[in-house]
Write a protein that binds this ligand. Structure first.
Ligand SMILES: [Zn+2]
Length: 127
């Protein structure tokens, strides 16, 4: 499980957090989190739609990392049955192929697509 290292402190509709993104440390549902991370910048400027499957994130969660105590804001697509797809940033040109960390090389992507894309690059590494 991806979730077991985190404590979920709050869950909000994504529309409620979008106006707060990229404005430094902000109180979200009463918890102060850094809204200016590189990942959140990708969602702010490139949208919340997976670049591969076009699914759209619909919720945000404030989570506490149990190991460090650090608070973070994470985006997910929540299905009616409660299943969660984690959304992250993806490097368009992979880091392993010299891709940069610049916003121009980043796009939003769901966890499943990121996994599939990663595997594809692994398979074509030697061509
Ligand atoms: Zn996807």
């Amino acid at each position: 499980m991806i979730q077991c290292n985190h404590e979920v402190l709050a869950e909000l509709p994504i529309e409620e957090i979008m106006p707060h993104l990229c404005s430094g440390h902000q109180a979200i549902a009463g918890y102060v989190v850094n809204t200016s991370t590189r990942t959140l910048k990708v969602f702010k400027y490139k949208g919340c739609k997976c670049a591969r499957c076009r699914k759209v994130a619909n919720i945000a969660r404030v989570e506490r990392e149990l190991s460090s105590g650090r608070l973070c804001l994470k985006l997910y697509r929540k299905l009616p049955n409660g299943h969660l797809d984690f959304f992250n940033k993806d490097h368009i040109r992979p880091r392993s192929r010299g891709g940069s960390n610049h916003l121009s090389n980043l796009q939003p992507m769901c966890f499943e697509c990121n996994k599939i894309k990663g595997a594809k690059y692994d398979n074509t590494n030697h061509i």
